[in-house]
Ligand binder design. Structure first.
Ligand code: BTN
Length: 329
């Protein structure tokens, strides 16, 4: 991605609705006006449209519908997201790619996004449908050096950060279905999270947080077997969204949530966020992982992020991982 394209686009972002003069762009970027013009032509070919008005300059009037490295970079620079973020055209799985980069000694934190994944992974060995039609596939990589038990509420905290951002920015209230699903109001899955870690006996050495988030996917773009079960932010009620803006904002929210997780400032807000976005408390569920499924009524989560179930005879069962099925579904 030429840095110059990202700098030009950042100037448009900073200008908001105001036109940007070709002269100013040329001066600020240290290139000729002809070079500015030819860059704008290249950006037009990539799906951007600019309206030129005499004497005033150019206004950015449309942006590509798919992930675009220069536009994403400009959006990240606007929000001062400092960790490295790389967009790939295609990869097997962004989680696997992040793991490979960590193993190769890449400086963390960083993030990897892909327009499409050939082997996107879900929890419990499932496949994650990864077509390029309006979805985000991203992974954040960290080297936390924290005791493994401190990691327990991490995925939930990151999911709550996504819910809080989505509600504030796009006016859509998602619900968090413990431990890793983000659901629309009608119970369809809008996002899934997959956290993977490499542990030593005393510390988490490498940590990858993966998020698959459906942004502007139309119902027809989901495979028929998922159509009734999946939704996107737009299907859940958001106004038309720029996927590059959403990617940058979600990454900014996740990197901030990570910093809060590491410095402990997540703790005072955790309960209130959980209560706002949790969709399970009071529901009758069955939780299965290995062995016998456990049935009960959800009574919240404990401080470690484990699910509290009231089972037969008022007994309390703590479930630290598993797959939740709502019993009246
Ligand atoms: C689930 O709901 O089972 C979790 C789905 C997680 C999918 C994301 S997409 C980006 C990242 N890369 C993967 O291979 N999986 C996660």
């Amino acid at each position: 991605m030429p840095a110059l394209d990202s700098s030009i686009l950042l100037a448009f972002l900073e200008a908001g609705d105001q036109p940007v003069s070709g002269d100013r762009l040329a001066k600020e970027l240290g290139i000729s006006r002809v070079a500015v013009w030819s860059r704008l032509e290249r950006l037009r070919a990539a799906g951007f449209t600019f309206k030129a008005s005499t004497r005033k300059g150019y206004t950015l009037t449309a942006v590509p519908r798919e992930l675009n490295a220069a536009w994403l970079d400009a959006q990240l620079r606007l929000r001062k997201v400092s960790p490295e973020v790389e967009l790939l055209a295609e990869v097997d799985s962004t989680n696997s790619e992040a793991e490979r980069r960590l193993a190769a000694g890449h400086e963390a934190p960083f993030a990897v996004l892909a327009r499409t994944q050939s082997a996107g992974r879900g929890r419990l060995g499932r496949r994650w449908h990864s077509s390029p039609a309006g979805n985000l596939y991203l992974s954040l990589a960290f080297r936390p050096f924290i005791p493994p038990e401190n990691l327990k509420p991490f995925t939930i905290w990151m999911g709550l950060a996504v819910c809080a951002h989505v509600e504030a920015a796009y006016d859509v209230k998602l619900g968090l279905k413990w431990p890793n699903d983000l659901l629309s109001a009608d119970g369809r899955k809008v996002a899934g999270m997959l956290t993977e870690a490499r542990l030593d006996a005393d510390a988490v050495r490498e940590l990858v947080f993966g998020l698959g988030l459906n942004v502007s996917t139309k119902a027809k773009d989901f495979p028929s077997e998922l159509r009734a079960l999946a939704a996107s932010l737009e299907l859940a009620g958001a106004s038309p969204l720029d996927i590059n803006r959403v990617a940058a904002e979600v990454l900014a929210a996740l990197f901030t949530a990570w910093e809060q997780f590491i410095d402990g400032t997540w703790m005072p807000t955790f309960r209130a966020r959980w209560q706002r976005y949790d969709v399970l408390t009071g529901r009758s569920v069955r939780v299965g992982l290995r062995g016998e499924p456990v049935a009960g009524i959800v009574d919240g989560i404990d401080d470690e992020g484990s699910l509290i179930l009231r089972t037969g005879g008022g007994r309390k069962t703590i479930v630290s991982s598993g797959e939740v099925t709502l019993r009246n579904e």
